[in-house]
Each structure stands twice: as C-alpha cells, then as structure tokens.
Design a binder for this molecule. Structure first.
Ligand code: ATP
Ligand code: MG
Length: 363
C-alpha cells in the first residue's frame, strides 16, 4: 500500500514559519511511529503570485484535488494590498475551497487547562471545554441569489438571499453526525425556524437525516440566538453544533474566544467522500498571515500543529496519534511554555516558534 499523501501549502507571512514546525512533526511520525506520508510542497497566495503571477496555479489545484489532505498555512500580507482583486492572495484559498467543494467547516473550541485563565470567562466555565462547531460553508446568505444593491423609487436597497436546498442541508448534517459519532455522540442544530423558512427546512431535514441514519446520535434543536447565549453561559453542554453559513460564522468566532488566543485555533474544511471513503479535506489554522510578527520567530505554531492533528484524525484514521500530539501540546503548556501571544503573567520569558516546536517534539 502506498503512503497517505499530503500537500503542504505554507503560503505567506507566518505561514511558512508555523508550517516548518509541523514539517518536523510529520517527519517525527515517519521516523518514530512508522507513519510515513508522501509530502509535497507548493505555493499559494502571495508566494505563488510572486513566482507565477497567480495566487494558485492550475497544477497546484490539480495536486490539491488528488491528495488525501491539504495542509495550508496562511495567505496575504501588506505587500499584496494593491493587487487587482482577481489575483489577490486570498483568491487562491477561495479557489481551493470552491473547486474542492468544501461545504463543511469544522471549528473546534478546545480549552487546554493551562490556558483556562486566559479566557474572558470564569475558569470553571471553560476549563476542559472541547466542542466543535460545524458551519455550512458554500451556500446560504453569502451566496444566494438575488443579491445586489438596487434602486427602488428614490432610495437604494441592499439585498441578500438566504437559500438552502435539501441536499445542501443534508450533506452538512451528515458530516456533523459522522463527527459526533467519533466524539461525544451529541449534535445540537441551530437555526431560526421561528422566523425563517430556510430555518424550518433546515430543522426538518436535519431531523429526517437523524431519524433515518443516525438515530444513535443524540439530537437537539436550538434557535441560534438562544444558542449564542448558551454558548457564553455554559458551553460544555455542547459536543457538536451544526449550523448554516451566517450563524456559523458568528458562533464559531464567539466560541473561539472562549478559549484564548488566535494562535491556538485549528480548523478543517471537508467535502464529499473520495474513492477511499474519506472526505476531501483542507486543514488550516484559523489565524491569518500576521504580517506584524512575520519573520521574527514569535508566531505560535500550535494552531497549525493542531490542524495537522485534525488531519491525522479525520483524513488518516489515526485518532490515537492525533491524541498523542494533542497531549504533547497540553503537556508543554502545563509545563509553562508560552509563545508571546499566550503571555499573561509577568516575568515569563516567551519561547520562540522553533522552541515551541522543540518542546512539543520532546513531549
Ligand atoms: P487575515 O485577514 O489573514 O485573517 P487578520 O489581520 O485578520 O488576517 P491575523 O493575521 O490572524 O489577522 O492576525 C491578527 C492578530 O493576531 C495579529 O496581531 C497577529 O500578530 C496575531 N496572531 C495571529 N496568529 C498568530 C500566531 N500564530 N501566533 C501569534 N500571534 C498571532
Ligand atoms: Mg481575519
């Protein structure tokens, strides 16, 4: 059997810095756990524009379609601010998401005990928190037609349309139920069925998918506004939350801040199953290219490292190895290692990006 394949697109800014620590961890797995990957690296974003004049070449796009998983760093930076919209670095990432049809965006909110005091909430509300928000990513109000700013009489009207087909709801619901089965076996679906037709259909389809194929998973429904309140009040009541594009955008950003720094947050974007039964997948840290700290060895590599842990779990069926990596992160944090973004207490000297990588490898 051939090794599982991984395409690394490190991108711009701190992307290559955090990715080089992930590279060391990937190599470690090959050397120590007989878990070797066929790794190829390529350019995306500004880095691709500098060489090819486009933020993603057709060749790179083809490669992304053919591998088991794509691991992306970050794209963009001030150097590219004045570029034409069509070749902006972000367009490279958007093309990947669109052509791979990554409709299910997984955003974990996980609070490592050592960082619980970092949250704006009380320690007992967040310590040990481990939930995932599944956001529908390719449809809904950000894409629905008609849209635009039109003239109506003597004033202008801004229009967007919330639109979901049954099959769009069904596929993201399936992805949430599948995820729940590998975790706490509990899904909470959020919409506003009280005031939106798309919400009524959402609730109906999620319930139907559940009753037909996932009756073993505990399912509840909540209005998204109430969900936002519950997320801040007692987030540990949830395991997997599934919701649409707009609500997911808001709820996942809110949930992210329960746990502290942007430098800690991984994500996965999943599509339809491939021939091997696993979904098409792109893993990336939630943070951007952080031009303000790029090139200074200050970046926290943990978000990118945890994104690779998600790849181990969801693309390569290596849940135990994913836990091994997460436990190593937990251990170095418990041991007091902090990159600059995680500094709260006075008198702690921050570790560099590479030192954090050293510590995690050692653990
Ligand atoms: P984008 O538009 O690409 O999302 P952004 O401007 O929204 O980028 P980031 O690039 O993510 O945001 O950076 C926001 C802030 O968080 C910056 O001050 C940056 O230094 C900090 N930051 C982001 N990622 C990290 C990280 N991995 N380690 C340390 N600090 C980080
Ligand atoms: Mg941003």
């Amino acid at each position: 059997m051939s090794n599982p394949s991984l395409l690394i697109l490190a991108g711009d800014g701190i992307g290559p810095e955090v990715m080089s620590q992930v590279r060391r961890i990937i190599d470690w797995y090959g050397e120590n756990r007989s878990l070797a990957f066929d790794v190829s690296e390529d350019l995306v974003g500004g880095a691709a524009y500098d060489v090819h004049g486009v933020p993603l070449t057709d060749e790179t796009m083809e490669k992304a379609q053919s591998v088991d998983a794509v691991l992306l760093g970050a794209v963009g930076g001030p150097k590219y601010d004045d570029l034409d919209f069509s070749v902006k670095p972000e367009r490279g990432l958007l093309r990947l998401r669109k052509e791979m049809d990554l409709f299910s965006n997984l955003r974990p909110a996980q609070c490592f005990d050592a960082l619980a005091d970092f949250s704006s909430l009380k320690r007992d509300v967040v310590a040990g928190l481990d939930i995932v928000i599944v956001r529908e990513l390719t449809s809904g109000i950000y894409f629905g037609e008609p849209r635009g700013i039109i003239q109506e009489g003597n004033e202008r009207v801004g229009i967007n349309t919330q639109r979901y087909t049954e099959s769009e709801i069904e596929r993201v619901a399936r992805s949430a139920f599948e995820l729940a089965r590998r975790r706490g076996n509990k899904v909470c679906s959020m919409e506003k069925a009280n005031v939106m037709e798309s919400g009524i259909l959402w609730r109906e389809v999620v319930q139907k998918v559940h009753d037909e194929d996932y009756a073993d998973v505990e399912l509840s429904h909540m209005y998204a506004d109430a969900g936002a309140m519950q997320l801040c009040r007692w987030p540990k009541q949830f395991d997997v939350i599934v919701t649409d594009n707009l609500f997911g955008d808001l709820l996942s950003d809110a949930a992210a801040m329960l746990t502290g720094s942007l430098g800690m947050l991984p994500s996965a974007s999943l599509g339809a199953p491939m021939a091997n039964g696993r979904p098409k997948a792109l893993y990336e840290p939630v943070h951007g290219s952080a031009p303000d700290i790029a090139g200074q060895g200050k970046a926290n590599p943990i978000a990118c490292i945890l994104s690779f842990a998600m790849a181990l779990r969801y693309s390569f069926d290596q849940g135990d190895e994913a836990s091994r990596l997460e436990n190593a992160v937990e251990a170095v944090l418990a041991d007091g290692a902090r990159t600059a973004d995680l500094l709260g207490e006075e008198g702690v000297t921050p570790v560099t990006t590479a030192e954090m990588g050293d510590r995690i490898l050692a653990a």
